[in-house]
Design a protein. Sequence first.
Length: 130
Amino acid sequence: MPEYLAPGVFVEEIDSGSKPIEGVGTNTTAFIGYAKSGDFNKPTFISNWTQFCQQFGEEENACLRALSDETGMAVQEVLTAKKASRKGWMEFAQAVIQQAIARKDPKVTVKSFPEFLRKYQVPQNGLPYM
């Protein structure tokens, strides 16, 4: 609605279409993609990895995810190291954890490799290579 400012002068704001983006919190992430199970086209709140696995099915590279979490290495670093190692999954996981423990600032929070396997419920079916 026009505003009357002076005799014969009217000011009317016309919407230009785009408006500045308001500041929002950055502590929430949305992931969009394919999953093994779960509701189709329905947003679902997930607060941790265990809930994700229960709702949408276990990720095929769960061991890769667990290694990345434990060692603080990026997934790409773990993949690169895995390809270079030419070892089986279990040998590779143990080697990565031992290397992380040897670093001055390790992120490993498990006391032994079997505890690592139990903590992340890593299937021990002898996955040979990626």
